[in-house]
Design a protein around this ligand. Structure first.
Ligand code: NAD
Length: 487
């Protein structure tokens, strides 16, 4: 297709330098449907150069003290924060999310990821035990693993990429990162700041391109001993297969089908606005978003009435309008996929309470070709329906009634995923009981998305393998050794 002169053209960042690529792919602005950026279509050759640069940088970077590395991470955090607005504008344009979300969630968290790991890496201690009867003491030592391959998705682009880069380099690894081909701009902007932050060339390399070309070249590279991946369960299965011959260390953060369980004694004035956010924030494109709402029969009608009324108030439109609650979905294909779930539900006899196919969406003139849809609530849907079983990853949530605690635990656990769950009740005993029995890596009670980065993040079942967080990321990005000394 023809390109206007104003097109943004990205370049790979290898060994501290921007390098052009021989071929490029188009990247769309989801809120207008226009191509606005060209992203390198990297493959084996580019990945090879990046891995070589990372390998060359490893001896010096890994021998720096944690404090020296920490200072560079903090400086990088300051530089990103200094241009927070520029990064937020770029993230919103590239991803379709609202400027408000990018300003208040994505970019502040990217900054915090660097600050957090700059600090936490200073506070780890290794273990020591004594075996007096044998005249021995044992201790553990930890060392960075080498070149880390980092692969991230399109929903929270800089937020999730830095959640990997920060701990990897804080621990002394060097990295080759591959952001999603659909949202590469903020990673490229971050690369422009690395030299000023004092990052030695080759410590952070970024190759842009598709998963099947650039991603797989990284996964299959024999000199990349660990892969940290966030994305879909399907892609993770392929990564496991492709990396198996090399026995790579893998951290896999995958999809979810997250339940919210609302008991009769829940405080609905807190629960409804939070469930609205947990269902539709970032267009429902967060792995932690609620997509199955179980409401106890006694409050079902009241919950549904108020929840639908609040959902209908959400404004969908131009992401750069600060009064807008929901922006555009990532791509035309994804929009069609999300819509197809609503149609499927309808054909199965479910009721659409608001949104897609029921209400009309008025968009500004400049956004008519954007990938928008209204937040949609589906009711009277069976637990076996694909809408209750598969990850939709869009602004669609299902609401169903339940009677007993025992029943709802079984139904909530009745999916292949196990990432996040939300429980609403004022009964403390019940909250603990239910939380313990849910098959879910994270359980929020009477709140949602409140995170302490010190604690483990990750899913069970098809939602992932491994955990990330202060201690977990440290353990993943280092190799431990037990040393025994006889005296
Ligand atoms: P995706 O799996 O299609 O892509 C993720 C990344 O992997 C992209 O960079 C992509 O280019 C790359 N990739 C694709 N195929 C590859 C291959 N064969 N080898 C190597 N890399 C490959 O996922 P997506 O559509 O970008 O993101 C949405 C998914 O991510 C959802 O399932 C969502 O739940 C999940 N997600 C999970 C978390 C979490 O922390 N658990 C967070 C955000 C998103």
């Amino acid at each position: 297709m023809a390109h206007s002169k104003a097109l943004l053209v990205l370049e790979n960042f290898i060994a501290g330098k921007f390098v052009p690529c021989s071929s490029y792919i188009d990247s769309y602005n989801p809120s207008t449907g226009d191509v606005y950026c060209r992203v390198p279509d990297s493959g084996k050759e580019e990945v090879e150069a990046a891995v070589r640069a990372a390998k060359d940088a490893f001896p010096i970077w890994s021998s720096k003290s944690p404090l020296e590395r920490s200072q560079i991470l903090n400086k990088l955090a300051d530089l990103i924060e200094h241009d927070l607005e520029g990064f937020a504008q770029a993230e919103s344009k590239d991803q379709g999310k609202t400027i408000t979300f990018a300003r208040t969630v994505d970019i502040p968290r990217a900054v915090y990821n660097f600050r957090f790991f700059a600090s936490s890496v200073l506070h780890h201690a290794t273990e020591c035990t004594e075996m007096a009867s044998m005249g021995c003491m044992h201790y553990t030592s930890r060392a960075p693993v080498g070149v880390a391959g980092l692969i991230s998705p399109w929903n929270l682009p800089l937020y999730l990429l830095t959640w990997k880069i920060a701990p990897a380099i804080a621990c002394g690894n060097t990295v080759v990162a591959k952001p999603s081909e659909m949202t590469s701009v903020t990673a490229w902007m971050m690369c422009k700041l690395l030299e000023k932050a004092g990052m030695p060339p080759g410590v952070v390399n970024v190759v842009f391109g598709t998963g099947t070309k650039a991603g797989e070249a990284l996964v299959c590279h024999p000199d990349v001993p660990l892969i940290s991946f966030t994305g879909s369960t399907l892609t993770a299965q392929r990564i496991m297969e492709k990396s198996a011959p090399h026995c790579k260390k893998l951290s896999l953060e995958l999809g979810g089908k997250n339940p919210a369980i609302i008991f009769d004694d829940a405080d609905l004035s807190q629960c409804i606005p939070t469930t609205l956010r947990s269902s539709f924030a970032n267009q429902g494109e967060i792995c932690l978003c609620t997509s199955r709402i179980f409401v106890q029969r006694g409050v079902y009608s009241e919950f549904v009435k108020r929840f639908v009324a609040e959902t209908k108030k959400w404004k969908v439109g131009n992401p750069s309008d600060p009064t807008v609650d929901m922006g555009a979905l990532i791509s035309k294909e994804h929009l069609e996929k999300v819509r197809s779930y609503v149609k499927k539900a309808q054909s199965e006899g479910a009721r659409i309470l608001c949104g897609e196919g029921v209400d009309s969406l008025a968009l500004p003139a400049g956004n008519q070709k954007g990938y928008f849809m209204l937040p949609t609530i589906i009711a009277e849907v069976k637990d076996e329906s694909c809408c209750m079983q598969e990850e939709i990853f869009g602004p669609v949530t299902c609401v169903v009634a339940f009677d007993t605690e025992e029943e709802v635990i079984e139904r909530a656990n009745g999916v292949k995923y196990g990432l996040a769950a939300t429980v609403w009740s004022s009964n403390v005993g019940r909250v603990h009981r239910v939380a313990r029995r849910l098959q879910s890596g994270l359980v929020w009670t009477n709140c949602w998305l409140v995170r302490d980065l010190n604690l483990p993040f990750g899913g069970m079942k098809a939602s992932g393998i491994g955990r990330e967080g202060a201690k977990d990321s440290y353990e993943f990005f280092t190799e431990v050794k037990t040393i025994t000394i006889k005296h």
